[in-house]
Design a binder for this molecule. Structure first.
Ligand SMILES: C[S@@+](CC[C@H](N)C(=O)[O-])C[C@H]1O[C@@H](n2cnc3c(N)ncnc32)[C@H](O)[C@@H]1O
Length: 257
């Protein structure tokens, strides 16, 4: 007898720590029969899936290459057509640089029921952890989420102009090696070189690091920090409110002197 098609839930895993999952995301992971997870999903979160759940890594991790988007789509479809409850787990919020639109459209076109479960995005986790807001009355009237890479929706001319507005907080995702170039571009567009910035590595995780600086000094800040983990760069006056020591574990505090 043919199986009833299963469903696919596109779930935000948040920035890493399991206690930043939403309750809905937690329930989805705990009930998953097949779990397809991206590189930035932490082991702590993957471990919440049942032992019998089929777990498939789709992102670049520990030297392995990423699966092609087409392969991921076909895999989700095959598993759902087997009647499984499939969870597609993505770091942060799946609707922010998470290709959720493409995956949902593909599944919808194939007649598979989908649901999106939101998650805590890296910028929100960074701001909460280091004690600064992303918008602030009279100081930061808008928040622009963008990427420093050009491959995925890099800033267009109009986008750079909006980002140069002193009342815009800019959160730059991806393209760690291109952050300095993005900072220079913002300065060229008229944003003050003295604008405070905060690069946050591993936001929302116990090993998070906050690297405060200025737009003009970003290159030196990043070079000195030798980052290896995922980094979100927040640009704007609001970052000056941060307490960079607030979230640091004791050993990191001792190292910072
Ligand atoms: C493909 S995007 C996915 C963003 C994700 N959907 C979100 O809402 O956070 C990956 C980029 O997000 C940022 N990122 C994701 N998790 C992060 C974390 N825990 N700390 C800092 N940046 C993070 C980095 O810029 C990374 O290169």
């Amino acid at each position: 007898m043919p199986h009833e098609p299963g469903r696919v839930r596109l779930v935000g895993a948040g920035p890493g720590s399991a206690d930043l999952l939403t309750v809905r995301a937690l329930r989805a992971v705990e009930g998953a029969q097949a779990l397809l997870y991206d590189a930035l999903v932490s082991d702590e979160v993957i471990a919440l899936a049942p032992a019998a759940c089929l777990k498939i890594q789709t992102g670049k991790r520990a030297g392995r290459t990423s699966m092609k988007q087409e392969t991921i789509n076909r895999l989700m479809l095959r598993l759902a057509r087997r009647g499984l409850d499939v969870v597609r787990l993505k770091g942060g919020d799946p609707s922010i640089f998470g290709r959720v639109g493409e995956e949902a459209a593909f599944l919808h076109a194939c007649g598979i029921a989908t649901e999106v479960v939101p998650g805590v995005t890296a910028a929100s986790a960074a701001a909460a952890q280091f004690g600064f807001p992303l918008t602030h009355r009279g100081e930061a009237r808008r928040l622009l989420l963008a990427t420093a890479t050009t491959q995925d929706s890099g800033l267009t001319e109009g986008g750079w102009a909006a980002a140069a507005d002193p009342e815009t907080t800019v959160a730059l995702y991806m393209g760690r090696d291109r952050l300095e170039a993005a900072a220079q571009r913002l300065i060229a567009q008229g944003r003050s070189p003295a604008t405070p910035v905060m690069a946050v590595e591993n936001a929302g995780r116990p090993d998070a690091r906050a690297m405060p600086g200025t737009l003009a000094g970003l290159g030196a800040t990043l070079a000195a920090a030798r980052v290896t983990g995922p980094v979100v760069l927040i640009v704007g006056e609001v970052t000056a409110q941060a307490d960079v020591f607030a979230a640091m574990p004791n050993d990191a505090l001792a190292e910072a002197g």
